[in-house]
Ligand binder design. Structure first.
Ligand code: 1CP
Length: 354
């Protein structure tokens, strides 16, 4: 057999990319930009590839994960890829009967409503994540200098799906369980923290150079409840990374009042939605953390002049942070014109190139 040709040496390594540098508060060549939910329904190439494949099957097919993750990187020239997966995947792999219903989201037939339900939940075995390791290794090889962000759902946000049985607005049952069954609550969030940490470690060990913990729905909690009943479990997820020296991004929606705590849970980067300007967010998280955000995704449905004005504002307000990763304040809306995303990535680069 001939010796295989050596892999091309990229000019910069993903671990020294602008994304990682901004996350650490180091100088960058330009502000890095990526978009939450950059893969998915806004892209026609995604819709045609996914046609006929159930979401959770797609997430466990390494070739499909690789291709879908790469699509927005090729199209938009963004500064990071985020693994195509879902926050409920570790639960599915562990054997819980969670489904993702099209147009709805994660749904579970027998919601968790008692201490016995919590104790009956199956644990995630790291050995079951071979498909993930394969997908991440393939991706890292294809991405070259572009960093791959690994992610997981935070214990609170996962608990909302398990307890409610599906998506919900108020998360009233979740909060009721938290207040009524504090011990079972803590056991549930412990379990979810352990599986999230296993899921993140698998991605980092296979080559992801940053991680994002999505606590999308934590904004429904008061700061006191968040600090006492949720934060310790989110911190446990980050602690589960051990010595792995990758920047940690931590994001939730409507978390204006929680921003300092979201940072305290162990984040290098605090993700901010559109409700609070980044200069105010920088004051709230303090000088030792970077920020990610926070263009309102709905702005992308407006005219080009509005988009440009709002992008400039976010870039300017982001300059007050220790480091800034440009992103949306939440995921790309399905009706978004992909051309608007490409334009935003170009404009951020143009405005910030040193
Ligand atoms: O490109 C990327 O961003 C990677 C893909 C990705 C990510 C990061 C998907 C694919 N899901 C997620 C994370 C995720 N999943 C979060 C955290 C981010 C956020 O707040 O948006 C949450 C809350 C979920 C749960 C979920 N999965 C929902 C939301 C339901 C609700 O409560 O409102 C939905 C609709 C899904 C399904 C899903 N996940 C991903 C896609 C492309 C889809 C749609 C599936 C389909 O088309 O059938």
């Amino acid at each position: 057999d001939p010796t295989p040709a050596p892999a091309p040496v990229p000019s910069t390594s993903p671990a020294e990319s602008d994304l990682v540098r901004a996350a650490r508060g180091l100088p960058v060549s330009r502000t890095p930009v990526w978009f939450m939910r950059q893969a998915g329904r806004s892209l026609p190439e995604y819709r045609s590839l996914r046609a006929g494949t159930v979401m959770l099957d797609a997430c466990q097919d390494p070739d499909m994960v690789t291709e879908i993750t790469l699509q927005p990187v090729r199209r938009h020239g963004v500064d990071a890829a985020i693994l195509f997966s879902d926050i409920v995947l570790p639960l599915v792999v562990a054997g819980m009967d969670v489904e993702i219903k099209p147009g709805i989201g994660p749904v579970i037939d027998k919601p968790v409503r008692s201490v016995a339900d919590v104790d009956a939940l199956p644990a995630l075995e790291p050995e079951a994540l071979g498909f993930l390791e394969t997908a991440v290794r393939q991706l890292v090889a294809e991405l070259g200098a572009t960093p791959l962000i690994g992610f997981a759902g935070a214990p609170f946000t996962l608990a909302t799906y398990l307890i409610e049985g599906g998506p919900s607005k108020e998360h009233a049952r979740t909060k009721a369980f938290m207040y009524a069954e504090p011990e079972a609550w803590s056991r549930l969030l412990d379990k979810l923290a352990v599986s999230a940490a296993i899921f993140l470690r698998a991605q980092v060990d296979a080559g992801a150079v940053a991680v994002q913990l999505f606590d999308s729905w934590a904004g429904v909690l008061s700061a006191a409840d968040y600090a006492e009943r949720v934060l310790p479990h989110s911190r446990a997820v980050f602690d589960g990374l051990g010595e792995r020296d990758v920047p940690r991004i931590h994001f939730g929606v409507g978390t204006g009042e929680l921003l300092p705590l979201i940072g305290d849970a162990g984040a290098d980067v605090v993700g901010v939605d559109w409700r609070i300007p980044l200069d105010e967010a920088a004051r709230r998280v303090g000088p030792n953390r970077s920020l990610q955000g926070n263009l309102d995704p709905a702005v992308l449905l407006a005219d080009r002049a509005t988009v440009d004005r709002e992008v400039r504002r976010v870039v300017e307000q982001g300059r007050t942070a220790r480091g800034h990763i440009f992103n949306l304040g939440h995921g790309v809306l399905p009706d978004t014109d992909p051309g608007a995303l490409t334009h935003v990535a170009e404009l951020v680069h143009e405005l910030t190139t040193r």
